[in-house]
Design a protein around this ligand. Structure first.
Ligand SMILES: Nc1nc2c(ncn2[C@@H]2O[C@H](COP(=O)(O)OP(=O)(O)O)[C@@H](O)[C@H]2O)c(=O)[nH]1
Ligand SMILES: [Mg+2]
Length: 264
C-alpha cells in the first residue's frame, strides 16, 4: 500500500487533483482510494472512500465549543487525531494499492501545527509515502511570489519530513510564453537565481544579505528540481506526475513488478 498526500496553499488544486489522480490510477488498472482529511469541505469533486467528516466537522466544533470558523477549523484538525484508528480500520478494509489523501484547504493549519505531521506519520505507519506539494503555475512567474512560495514548500517538507515532489498546477491557464518561461525555470533554476542576485528582495539595510540569498537559493532549488507541470482540468502532465511518484514509491518500477505482499 502506498500513501500519497496532497498539500498546498488554499485553492492550489488539491481536491481536483485528488479526484483526477484517483481516476487515472483506476483507469491504469490500479486500486486507488481517496481519503478526505478536510473537516471544513462542504463540496468535493469526488466522493471520498474514507472521510474525516464522518467523525468530525467544523460546524459541529463551532457549535460544541462556541468558536468562529477559523478557531473551529484549527480545533477540528487537532481533534482529527482522535479518529486515526477509525480511519486506518476503514482504509485497511478496502485493501487499496494507493491511498490518495486530500488535506485541509489552508496549508498552515495542517502543515505547521502538530496535528498534520502526526496524522501523516500515523496513517502512513511505515508504508511508502510521497507528498505532492501543489503550487499554482502563474504564481511562479514573478519573483515576489516564487520566492515566498518556495520557502513555504521547503518549510512544509521540513515539517512532515517525507519525500516531496512539487506539482505546478493549472498549466492550462498559462500562455505559450508563460509555459516556456516556467519550463526554462524548471530546467535551470540556478540561471534564474543568477539574474536575481542583487535584486531588491535581498537588500536588507541597503546591502544584499548573503544569508538570505543562501536560504532563497536552497528553497528555490528544492522546490523546482523534480517539479512537474500539470493541469488537472485538461489531464495534462498526469503521466509525468505518476512517473515521479513511482520514483519515490517503487524506485521507478511499476507496482506490478512487486510481490503482492509488498503491495498490500
Ligand atoms: N483552470 C484550472 N482550474 C483548476 C485546476 N485545478 C483546480 N482548479 C480550480 O481551482 C479551484 C480550487 O481548486 P481545489 O481543488 O478546490 O483547490 P484546493 O483548495 O487546493 O483543494 C477550483 O475552482 C478548481 O476547479 C486546473 O488544473 N486548471
Ligand atoms: Mg480542497
Amino acid at each position: 500500500m502506498y500513501y500519497v498526500f496532497l498539500l498546498g496553499p488554499a485553492g492550489s488544486g488539491k481536491s481536483l487533483l485528488t479526484a483526477v489522480l484517483h481516476d487515472w490510477l483506476e483507469e491504469h488498472g490500479m486500486n486507488a482510494i481517496t481519503l478526505n482529511l478536510d473537516p471544513a469541505a462542504d463540496w468535493l469533486p469526488y466522493t471520498p472512500d474514507v472521510d474525516i467528516r464522518n467523525y468530525i466537522t467544523v460546524e459541529d466544533v463551532m457549535k460544541r465549543y462556541n468558536l468562529g470558523p477559523n478557531g473551529a477549523l484549527v480545533t477540528a484538525v487537532d481533534l482529527s487525531i482522535n479518529y486515526i484508528k477509525e480511519l486506518i480500520d476503514e482504509i485497511d478494509e478496502l485493501k487499496p494499492n494507493y491511498v490518495i489523501v486530500d488535506t485541509p484547504g489552508q496549508l498552515e493549519v495542517f502543515a505547521f501545527r502538530k496535528a498534520g505531521p502526526i496524522m501523516i506519520d500515523a496513517l502512513a505507519r511505515g508504508f511508502k509515502t510521497a507528498v505532492l506539494f501543489l503550487l499554482e503555475a502563474y504564481m511562479l512567474l514573478k519573483p515576489s511570489t516564487l520566492i515566498p512560495l518556495s520557502i513555504l514548500s521547503l518549510a512544509t517538507a521540513l515539517s512532515h519530513r517525507k519525500p516531496q515532489i512539487t506539482i505546478i498546477t493549472k498549466s492550462d491557464l498559462l500562455s505559450k510564453e508563460e509555459t516556456a518561461h516556467i519550463l526554462r525555470l524548471l530546467e535551470n533554476p540556478l540561471d534564474f537565481l543568477t539574474t536575481l542576485k542583487g535584486y531588491e528582495y535581498f537588500i536588507v539595510s541597503n546591502t544584499p544579505s548573503d544569508e538570505i540569498l543562501t536560504i532563497v537559493e536552497t528553497a528555490i532549488r528544492n522546490t523546482l528540481e523534480n517539479a512537474v507541470l500539470i493541469s488537472a482540468l485538461i489531464g495534462q502532465g498526469i503521466d509525468e506526475l505518476y512517473a515521479g511518484l513511482q520514483r519515490i514509491l517503487a524506485g521507478g518500477e511499476d507496482f506490478y513488478t512487486e510481490e503482492p505482499s509488498e503491495i498490500l
